[in-house]
Design a protein around this ligand. Structure first.
Ligand code: HEC
Ligand code: HEC
Length: 384
């Protein structure tokens, strides 16, 4: 037996980059703050699978699909022999392992593609924003979650297989995926390193990463903040509709609340009651009222333009009309942890002062990433 190169460098680079991306994608699940990273990993994994398909046709001996093209029957038979302790040693992928590999490649595609539909529908962000509504994207979200969980199961199966095989054949398979070598009889075909292809793949990954984090991801939030506080909160989708007349008429006393925050029947009731608007008479003429109401209805929560509008509209019982965003059940639920003292503290003063805590209140998007509770200003020190 002699040390033989089995796994070329591009295959190993692919393997560990995919494994790392998968782990990081799990860690950044469900957090708007890490969404830019999570989505980056999705694109990266999709690209990696694309590379692996090409490499499965054009790579070195053991990387080619032709060298591990086993069907489910062979996979089951091999699994049985592993359980009996009589499994034959395979230099390349064994029949059971190869099925795990095809499953992982397929699931990676399903997870990332359903992820892009979820991103487009739920957050109205990314290349597929505007393609479908939040409700329509629900089934993609389900698919995204189910396929990601399935993938985790296959990963666990794959790891178990690696451990069992390593023990049965007394070789460290994880180690050979790192250094590429295995012990083999003379005459067994060996791979070549293919450093050039690996360098190209690595360069593509690095360039894509730089492009993503320094160019593609919007820097708008940084501009709002006027600072570089966090590098990963900048993922912002299609801007919501804006209307100068609405801003002029409704933005003089308070934030011009974006219409997506209340359903159309609330806006109708607000406009009908404009003479007693929370203690003020708005005194709008008929044509202005009509124009404002039209704009509000066209962009109301019923249109489900954002996650917030979908949830606000759904939280109201049928027939229930709320004139305040801050009295809708969803809003109340989201803000119940904030104490009375915090509401009354200096920069906030009122529940209606959304902009005190939401940096994107003016745009109406209310992303988690743009939210912060301002610290109460330090009390002036007593003069000494
Ligand atoms: C003359 C001043 C004034 C103008 C102009 C005005 N509002 Fe108001 N609005 C108020 C006051 C005062 C409140 C109560 C604020 C508070 O509770 O802190 C309020 C509250 C609201 C709320 C409820 C906020 C919450 O707590 O969820 C909505 C919605 C609202 N206004 C919509 C509008 C719209 C739409 C327009 C334009 C058509 C408008 N306002 C114009 C004075 C005004
Ligand atoms: C005192 C600061 C503060 C003010 C003022 C405030 N919010 Fe919030 N808001 C928060 C915090 C904190 C959360 C996060 C709650 C959580 O997820 O645990 C939140 C969450 C939300 C969410 C859910 C975001 C999501 O995707 O989960 C929406 C929508 C929202 N706020 C809308 C508003 C609107 C509209 C106003 C004004 C009428 C407002 N908020 C005023 C602090 C504030």
């Amino acid at each position: 037996m002699q040390r033989t190169l089995i796994w070329d460098v591009p295959t190993r680079l692919f393997h560990w980059t995919l494994a790392l991306s998968f782990a990081l994608a799990w860690l950044t699940t469900g957090s708007d703050r890490w969404l830019a990273v999570h989505v980056f990993l999705g694109y990266l994994m999709m690209g990696l699978i694309g590379f692996r398909i090409v490499w499965g046709l054009a790579g070195t001996h053991y990387a080619r699909f032709a060298s591990f093209w086993y069907g489910p029957r062979a996979a089951l038979a091999y699994l049985r022999s592993v359980l009996n302790g009589t499994a034959a040693r395979h230099i390349g992928h064994n029949p059971t392992g190869s099925v795990a590999i095809y499953l992982l490649m397929l699931l990676t595609l399903v997870v990332s593609i359903s992820g892009f539909f979820t991103l487009g529908g739920e957050e109205q962000q990314g290349a597929l924003s505007g393609v479908m509504s939040l409700v329509q994207s629900r089934s993609f979200k389900k698919l995204h979650e189910i396929s990601a969980n399935l993938m985790l199961l296959v990963v666990i199966g794959h790891l178990t297989g690696v451990v069992v095989e390593s023990f049965q054949h007394r070789e460290n398979l994880a180690c050979s995926m790192l250094n590429g070598n295995k012990m083999a009889e003379p005459g067994v075909p060996s791979a070549t390193s293919r450093w050039g292809v690996a360098a190209l793949l690595l360069a593509l990954i690095v360039v894509f990463g730089f492009w993503w984090f320094y160019y593609a991801v919007d820097t708008k939030l940084d501009q709002i903040r006027g600072e570089q506080e966090s590098p990963h909160v900048k993922f912002i989708g299609t801007p919501l509709a804006d209307n100068p007349q609405w801003r002029a008429e409704c933005g003089s006393c308070h934030l011009a609340y974006h219409p997506n925050l209340l359903p159309s029947h609330s806006w109708k009731a607000l406009m009908a009651g404009q003479a007693q608007h929370f203690g003020s008479d708005l005194a709008l003429d008929a044509s202005t009222s009509t124009a404002l109401l039209e704009y509000a209805i066209a962009n109301s929560a019923d249109k489900q333009l954002t996650e917030a509008s979908y949830k606000i509209a759904r939280s109201l019982k049928p027939g229930e009309t709320s004139l305040r965003i801050s009295e809708t059940p969803y809003w109340v639920k989201k803000h119940h942890k904030i104490t009375t003292a915090q509401w009354q503290s200096d920069p906030i003063k009122s529940k209606a002062n959304c902009a005190a805590c939401h940096l994107d209140a003016d745009e109406g998007t209310f992303l988690d990433a743009a939210m912060h509770i301002p610290a109460a200003p330090a009390k002036p020190k007593a003069s000494q």
